[in-house]
Design a protein around this ligand. Sequence first.
Ligand code: DON
Length: 303
Amino acid sequence: MDYQGLLHEVMAEALRGHGRGRVADYIPALAVADPTAFGMAIATVDGEVYGAGDWEQPFSIQSVSKLFSLALALAEGGEQLWQGVGREPSGNPYNSLVQLESESGIPRNPFINAGAIVVTDRLLELTGNAGTAVRDFLRAESRNETLDIDESVAASEALHGHRNAALAHFIASYGNLRNPVDSVLLHYYAHCALAASCRDMALAGLFLARHGIRADGSRLLTRSEAKRVNAVLLTCGTYDAAGQFAFRVGLPGKSGVGGGILAVLPGRGAVCVWSPPLDATGNSVLGVAALDALTTATGWSVF
Ligand code: DON
């Protein structure tokens, strides 16, 4: 397979859509992202990595981090995580509060902000530091020791995070947080504020393509747990656009408001694409277009 040629073909196809979407501007640290930046990387199950465009430039991974906090919380604490968070699509925006009251403080799934806050709380309880737990996992899988939390992004999130604070306090009012709200939020902002490149993220996502096996050959998740994480990625990883993403791309994937999307090609590899302008659901416009072009050209899909 000529992965390099394929990436250039897919990138050219996606870039035809340039000019659509808007860069996230809810915090100044994200609003300064270059709207013309575009990178894409594929890592194969045997650890080879290919890239195109700005594939080695770090970007703010934001909600893509939620896939790693979920995997680590499951690895450390097991199935009891699911007592505090569901696994149904919410059909609502990622930062919505509306379902939490009628569903008694149990968030619909681990990828909407409410669910990710519960997962961060459990990971904090299990490891003592959810932010560095995710960082260290990404460092190990990508073999990039310089990968780190961008403290200015984390501080900016905390300053403007009224909605996340509201979600966390509301969840706490139902007894579904085990750590103090302020501490959970700081750890949530920390893992969202990790800066990593498409190269790093594609390598870090490989454990899901390898059915739970890490880069060093050790097992993070059982095969069944890895299948379940992939299933929740497919149904909830791109929020209320998950149906459209499954329709166009046909792969489990997780997006972030920094413009990154990490998708899993089970048994084959992982692909990360980055382009900052977002659609109304918070997903990268060109990122989805590139993954659509990739799976259309290759037939790679879970279907
Ligand atoms: O909670 C927030 O608002 C951000 N730190 C992460 C949101 C995000 O990336 C949603 N994804 N599309």
